[in-house]
Write a protein that binds this ligand. Structure first.
Ligand SMILES: [Mg+2]
Length: 370
């Protein structure tokens, strides 16, 4: 019943188009994928991929280095018992949630395969059958942003995230107004700055866009700055980069700072913590997303599974990797967008993917129960 072997892969994930954020552009990040095998030969997959060295504190090389410590710790444990697994990982390593997330996700996939049950059912089940995704409009001219927003809505996307920051704010204000003019009544618009504005800039943008129905996602760098601007904003405040753990998220809800969250499975350490955060957000009626910084089909399947368990009116969307990547591990079963809704992978129990490990290349590390 225990975990017998863990194989680690480093997989380049070239983006289909250049993805511009305030701090960086995403080119070809190296995703970390693990294949976790139990004593019956079943294999569960986990994945974490950080977008760039500037987008978040963790990085992909650090994830793989930390797995050198974590992988031996979880060998022999029961993958169904994710509580014990996470306790063991937290005892072995302080922080490094991104590396823990790789193994936690793999355990959920492996547990589902052993129990012959989809991960979405292990997480509580599909709530209303209308899992949705969001799509990003990168930083560019107002004309570009409006055209992208229009195109995505024609494809059925109802959650738009417009990137901003890292340039004079009159250019951001121009793009926000251009996108707002083409937004349809059922479309939610979030302006995501990825910490790119000062407090003064954030307040000035909110004032200049006061009549626009939108939310402001992580406009400034720190929680302290968000608390300074919050009383002066005309728009709901969504926290992403500062939503680092369950305790922080609980405080941000109870003190009224956060009107919503952009949540990363990797930052929170995997699906186990995401499940707890989901229950908190649903109980408090705070919208959240189930997404990640970047990643391939495994990250997308994990996000889609958790996203399907959200009440639709409180869902800011799940991460869907397919439109962003040239490389897919399971071209046939990976999550897809159909009529604006995310289809869950149909490849069987667990995360629903069927992955031939040869598509991942050669393992860069391997750990076997000794
Ligand atoms: Mg964000």
């Amino acid at each position: 019943m225990g975990i017998e072997e863990i194989r680690v892969y480093a997989v380049p994930l070239p983006a289909v188009v250049t993805y511009n954020m305030s701090s960086s552009k995403v080119a070809t990040p190296m995703s970390t994928v693990v294949a976790m095998e139990d004593d019956a030969g079943r294999v569960g997959f986990g994945e974490v991929c950080l977008a760039s060295h500037h987008a978040q504190p963790a990085n992909n090389d650090g994830v793989r280095n930390t797995l050198e410590i974590l992988a031996p710790v979880v060998l022999g444990l029961d993958p169904v018992n994710t509580a014990t697994l996470n306790t063991a990982m937290h005892a072995a390593v302080d922080g490094n949630n991104e590396a823990k997330a790789v193994l936690d996700i793999a355990c959920w996939d492996l547990a589902g395969k052993r129990l012959d049950t989809p991960v979405v059912d292990l997480l509580g089940g599909v709530v209303d059958g209308s899992g949705m995704t969001y799509h990003v409009v990168g930083i560019g001219s107002p004309e570009y942003a409006a055209a992208e927003a229009e195109r995505l809505q024609v494809e059925g996307i109802t959650r738009l995230q417009l990137k901003a920051g890292g340039r004079p704010i009159h250019e951001d204000i121009g793009s926000i107004h251009a996108v707002a003019e083409v937004c349809r009544p059922g479309t939610d618009l979030a302006v995501d700055t990825n910490r790119g504005w000062s407090t003064v800039e954030a307040i000035q943008v909110s004032n200049a866009c006061a009549g626009i129905r939108m939310s402001m996602e992580q406009p400034c760098a720190t929680e302290a700055e968000l608390r300074i601007i919050k009383p002066q904003l005309h728009h709901p405040l969504v926290v992403d980069e500062n939503a680092t753990d369950l305790r922080t998220i609980a405080r941000m809800i109870s003190t009224g700072l956060a009107d919503g969250f952009g949540l990363k499975i990797s930052r929170l350490g995997g699906l186990s913590t995401m499940r707890a955060v989901r229950d908190l957000c649903m109980a408090a009626s705070v919208p959240m997303s189930a997404d990640d910084a970047w990643g391939g089909d495994v990250v997308a399947a994990a996000g889609a599974a958790l996203g399907a368990t959200l009440l639709s009116q409180l869902s800011r969307g799940a991460w869907l990797s397919h439109p962003y990547h040239q490389v897919h591990y399971d071209e046939g079963n990976g999550p897809r967008l159909e009529n604006g809704a995310v289809t869950l992978p149909a490849g069987g129990p667990g995360l629903g993917l069927v992955i031939d490990e040869t598509v991942l290349g050669e393992p860069v590390a391997g750990y076997t129960r000794g």
